[in-house]
Design a protein. Structure first.
Length: 55
């Protein structure tokens, strides 16, 4: 079985990306990526679009 989302990642996603969290909260194989580099930031729409193309 694959990796699971950590409690820290779960809590951070819930606080910082609530719409994405609500959409993907039940799939614990998805771990959210956070970066302090503002150039890494993507919109929720972009993330959902990318995810739907890859899964």
């Amino acid at each position: 079985m694959g990796s699971k989302r950590s409690v820290f990642n779960y809590d951070k996603a819930h606080l910082l990306r609530p719409s994405l969290f609500d959409k993907y909260k039940d799939d614990v194989s998805i771990s959210f990526y956070f970066s302090s580099d503002e150039h890494d930031e993507k919109s929720d729409f972009s993330i959902m679009q990318s995810f739907s193309q890859n899964h």
